[in-house]
Design a protein around this ligand. Structure first.
Ligand SMILES: [Zn+2]
Length: 288
């Protein structure tokens, strides 16, 4: 079974302000990657048994994705897709109310936040209200807590270690650190090792193979790979290109005579049952 814990959905024209493409271009990435459709999302994640789908609300960096659009996309394939809600702590009139609406009316089952994109520290009072609700309702929160291409996303709010204070205040809250908190993968490994309800995903890491290799070695050496989840970061990558990236990583290791990864380590991540770890039912089971 393959669970993609990390995919985006939006209408680039309606949901992204011009600075998103400009920031991607200035970071040397292809700005056209953000042009997606329901069909391209379906094709890019077709190898997964279940896919977590979210928008992002962070006007500070140009993301104003409609949660209703995400919900509509999720509802088109309810046995496969799981919607996570997002809210902007600075620009939404009632961020907690928006999350509650998404959960209670639109059937979303988790939360996607990105304090650095949103221009706030992770313990901003409006986010803390959301954590309290998510903890009570058993909703996992997936964080973009790491660096980004967005010029206006302060790095001082991006450090994964900052999530430890969230864990101390909300000890039952399930959290996922996207992209292993890159480039602070070592800090993320330290965090998930000692905080029982914090996990990390490997989405979008394969295109920096040396960093990815080191992160996986560290995760293994600290016995934390059991808390690392599979994800793509669609539209920036797909299931197929991520699988190819993992195969290429093993070739890279061999070519450069690096000590190999422990046998089964990558397979364990690819087939990990993230839904069970996060307390979520498989969407197909919910249907039955
Ligand atoms: Zn992402």
């Amino acid at each position: 079974m393959i669970i993609d814990i990390h995919s985006h959905f939006w209408d680039a024209k309606e949901d992204l302000l011009p600075e998103v493409k400009a920031d991607l271009a200035s970071a040397g990435a292809n700005p056209e990657l953000v042009e997606i459709t329901a069909a391209s999302h379906e094709a890019g994640t077709s190898g997964a048994d279940a896919v977590v789908v979210f928008g992002l609300r962070a006007r500070n960096t140009g993301f104003v994705v409609s949660n209703d659009r995400v919900a509509e996309f999720v509802h088109a394939r309810p046995a496969k897709r799981i919607g996570f809600a997002s809210a902007d702590p600075l620009f939404d009139a009632d961020p907690l109310g928006e999350i509650q609406r998404c959960v209670e009316e639109l059937g979303m089952r988790g939360v996607k936040l990105a304090p650095t994109y949103q221009g706030v520290e992770p313990l901003h009072p409006k986010l803390a209200e959301i954590y309290a609700y998510a903890e009570k309702r058993g909703l996992p929160v997936l964080f973009h807590q790491g660096t980004t291409f967005s010029r206006k996303a302060p790095l001082k709010h991006a450090w994964p270690v900052l999530l430890e204070d969230v864990a101390y205040r909300f000890p039952e809250l399930r959290m996922i650190v996207a992209h292993l908190g890159h480039p602070w993968c070592g800090e993320t490994v330290a965090l998930i090792r000692k905080q029982p309800h914090i996990y990390a995903d490997i989405s979008a890491l394969y295109y920096r193979p040396y960093q990815f290799y080191q992160a996986l070695k560290l995760a293994d050496e600290y016995n934390t790979d059991r808390k690392i989840l599979f994800g793509t970061d669609y539209p920036f990558t797909t299931i197929d290109s991520t699988m190819k990236g993992l195969a290429d990583l093993e070739a890279f290791i061999e070519r450069h005579h690096l000590p190999p990864l422990r046998a089964g380590l990558l397979d364990g991540i690819v087939h990990r049952n993230a839904l069970e770890l996060l307390g979520l039912k498989h969407p197909a089971a919910k249907q039955a």
